[in-house]
Design a protein around this ligand. Structure first.
Ligand code: HEC
Length: 429
């Protein structure tokens, strides 16, 4: 009896010792956490590379901010990766894997120990942004200093220098002043629409024009950039046509919360080709009656207002895409959604002719400050009888008003007090 007790005590001592030496119980900075932070945080939290407020390189960098780190990681605000789980798989998924999240939180629970530098594991930061070839770099004609604090949305018209139809086959944006550029979107002003956007620019004496939620009309998107976006070549063999006499509209969201008045001269880099195997089109997706009939009424005070729109586009593709894509099945490579400040949740899906649903993008907690475009790991086909569906939710109650203003009825529009429910799909025939 005594003997067996002793034996089991001994056994548990051995087990404890084994635990201590393998370290599975308490994660340390050097052995477990440094590689997680390098791979998932340091790409943005690095000197001069983005609007992220501090550098996360050394143990001390993270240790002194451990409470803030816990709060951001627990609430899933950091790293910023808006798509929810269980919808689709994306290339360049920026979410923190569950296992790493658990390790990071457990490390914080145990007082964030540094551990032994000899235990360090190799850490790989994300690969740098870039195109396989840069054919054109376009940038703001003059440096611009945002005047509105904390947020300003400004659209700049960029001249399109090409004299023949060219296909954009890759896109990267390079913020001129990474401390104030929060995100950037590039739209195509096709030749028939240039005058409309030029008039907005001409009416505003400063460079560019104020544009909160859109460039001043629904027009195709060419590319999106947010901190951490790497940009790069479009899917092989595909490209977006841009005709001579077009312009590009560069919409920049400046955030000057942390800095004084500063200049920015953002540029974009493009890869161009004269021909592609499959012409791509960025398909905007919304109920036309929301826009033309103002039917997307969002009453004041309501905490969950929903609108959705489901429609089979295949027979009408030639009309919808101005001839770019013929009627019939098509392939979806990437998806994005857009709402304004009271948006809470949105979802884009394919509803198959047999009733099955296939999720393309689900943003469970919409944040206007983190808009992006998400490339599907495996492009998907929309068949002739299938529908595309977009659904958006808003909270227009008193507790969800920017700046604490009184709720008012909202509808479709471009301003901070207007709303949208818009999807974008990068498609080819
Ligand atoms: C895609 C870029 C990006 C990545 C990746 C990223 N951050 Fe951030 N982080 C930001 C930006 C930008 C801000 C500034 C706040 C904002 O704009 O939302 C920020 C702010 C923070 C803050 C301060 C929040 C506050 O309220 O002051 C903390 C803490 C933080 N990040 C921790 C992390 C941690 C930990 C990771 C990795 C697990 C991480 N971040 C990954 C871009 C990033």
């Amino acid at each position: 009896m005594l003997r067996s007790m002793r034996a089991s005590l001994l056994l548990s001592a051995v087990v404890l010792a084994a635990c201590g030496s393998s370290g599975s119980a308490v994660p340390t900075w050097h052995r477990d956490v440094r590689s997680i932070v390098t791979g998932n945080c340091a790409g943005c939290h690095t000197a001069g590379a983005s609007i992220a407020p501090f550098v996360f390189e050394s143990y001390t960098d993270v240790f002194v901010r451990r409470d803030l780190v816990r709060q951001q990681v627990e609430s899933r605000k950091m790293p910023p990766w808006p798509p929810g789980p269980g919808c689709a798989e994306y290339a360049g998924d920026g979410s923190l894997p569950d296992k790493d999240r658990a390790t990071l939180l457990s490390w914080l629970d145990h007082g964030a120990p540094e551990g032994n530098p000899a235990d360090a594991r190799p850490a790989s930061p994300p690969p740098p942004a870039g195109l396989s070839r840069v054919d054109r770099a376009l940038r703001l004609a003059t440096p611009y200093a945002p005047v509105q604090s904390p947020d300003e949305y400004r659209c700049f018209l960029l001249d399109w220098p090409e004299t023949e139809r060219r296909y954009v086959t890759g896109f990267v944006a390079r913020p001129g002043n990474a401390a104030i550029v929060h995100h950037a979107l590039v739209f195509i002003a096709t030749p028939d629409r240039v005058a409309q956007f030029q008039a907005l620019d001409d009416a505003d004496p400063a460079p560019g024009y104020a544009c909160f939620g859109g460039p001043g009309g629904v027009t195709p998107v060419l590319g999106a950039w947010a901190p951490g976006s790497r940009g790069g070549d479009f899917p092989a063999g595909t490209g977006v046509p841009v005709d001579p006499r077009s312009k590009l509209i560069l919409q920049i969201h400046y955030n000057v919360a942390r800095g004084p008045r500063q200049l920015d001269q953002t540029s974009i880099e493009l890869k161009l080709d004269s021909a592609v195997t499959r012409e791509a089109f960025v398909l905007p997706w919304a109920n036309p009656s929301w826009i033309t009939l103002h039917s997307m009424t969002i009453p004041a005070g309501q905490p969950d207002v929903t609108y959705s729109f489901t429609f089979a586009p295949s027979p009408f593709l030639a009309t919808i895409t101005s001839g770019a894509i013929p009627p019939g099945p098509f392939t979806v490579y990437a998806a994005a959604t857009h709402q304004h400040l009271r948006g809470t949740h949105n979802r884009l899906e394919i509803q198959r002719a047999n009733g099955a649903k296939e999720c393309l993008l689900d943003i469970p907690r919409w944040d206007f400050h983190w808009q992006g475009s998400y490339a599907l790991k495996v492009p998907t086909r929309v068949q002739a009888g299938d529908s595309l569906s977009i659904e958006c939710h808003w909270d227009n109650s008193a507790k969800n008003q920017p700046g604490g203003v009184a709720p008012r009825e909202l509808n479709w529009g471009e301003g901070t007090d207007d709303e949208m429910c818009l999807g974008f799909l990068y498609i080819t025939q």
